[in-house]
Design a binder for this molecule. Structure first.
Ligand code: CA
Ligand code: CA
Length: 305
């Protein structure tokens, strides 16, 4: 199993089947990926003019990475082994941004120090829970801007996509063409002001091609739970799609009826918001691993227990 490194000299702004690979790896290889923050590190001061940000250079993703042997119809398992934090992050909000955009008269920038995996925010310290905002494979047909989430992943802003988790994405083009960026030192469900604690960083990933495996995608497994993730024009649609993605998979994996699965998810599943601020909204359906194990579904190969 080889180890690779990919720096920010190769970044893309849309997930596209036409992107040229920045790196080729084999299934099972480990890659250390450096990422710029969602503003491509343009925001470095709380007093700089917000209007000076070049919006053509936001949400950069490092890559894409071509995984040998990944063919359309396969799945790509991305195990996130480590996320190194930067020494600071950035938060912004303002008119037209996020849930409070209609109440804000001007833009605000906060530079957030990160020391010993703790963020210093509004005079208080909070633990980092580093996560990946943008991570996706190339869609089959046309390019999707990195700011938009979808079936291919992209800007899902799901806070479970962090250390120790394995994310499963579809392979729609040869090599999968994985790219990632938009790290957050910490983010709450919803990302209501339109940013997490945006930071540059370094992510250690192990990539594996899964062939002939029946899993939903995007799908996430960590030491606690499994989750299906879905993005749609409205939060209602995203929530329904995430729940149905989990239910339809359980229907294929178990002898349970639709009604029984509905009852089980209603009693033991948690339907949560990922984000409400991107062009499509994202939700996830979580179910604890112990509930899956009771059904005879074991996912040890996808995440450390
Ligand atoms: Ca994002
Ligand atoms: Ca972000």
């Amino acid at each position: 199993m080889a180890a690779h490194r990919l720096g920010t000299e190769r970044m893309i702004y849309a997930m596209s089947p036409l992107n040229l690979p920045a790196l080729q790896v084999a299934s099972g290889d480990t890659v250390v990926v450096e990422t710029a923050d969602c503003f491509e590190n343009q925001v470095q001061s709380e007093t700089q003019p917000f209007v000076a940000i070049d919006w053509e250079h936001v949400n950069p993703a490092t890559g894409p990475i071509y995984v040998q042997d990944a063919a359309p119809g396969d799945l790509l398992a991305i195990s996130i082994e480590r996320i190194e934090t930067a020494d600071h992050g950035v938060m912004t909000t303002g008119p037209e941004m996020g849930v409070f955009g209609d109440e804000l008269a001007e833009s605000t920038i906060r530079i957030v120090p990160i020391v010993d995996r703790t963020v210093k925010l509004l005079d208080h310290a909070y633990p980092c829970r580093p996560m990946i905002g943008v991570i996706g494979t190339a869609p089959r047909e046309s390019a999707v801007p990195n700011g938009t989430p979808g079936e291919h992943g992209g800007n899902m802003d799901c806070k479970l996509i962090g250390q120790g988790a394995t994310l499963v994405l579809p392979v729609e083009v040869p090599g999968a063409l994985l790219a990632l960026g938009d790290l957050h030192a910490v983010m709450g469900d919803g990302e209501v002001c339109s940013t997490g604690v945006e930071m540059a960083g370094e992510v250690t990933l192990r990539l594996r091609v899964l062939k002939g495996r029946d899993l939903p995608a995007p799908f996430l497994v960590d030491s606690e739970q499994a989750a299906t993730i879905a993005s749609r024009p409205t939060l209602d649609e995203a929530a329904n799609a995430a729940a149905k993605s989990m239910a339809h998979w359980l229907q294929r994996q178990t002898p349970l009826s639709v009604a029984e699965i509905a009852i089980l998810l209603s009693a033991k599943g948690d339907l949560r918001i990922c984000q409400v601020v991107d062009p499509l909204k994202t939700a996830r359906m979580e179910i604890h691993r112990s509930v899956l194990e009771d059904l005879g579904i074991r996912l040890e190969d996808l995440a450390r227990v």
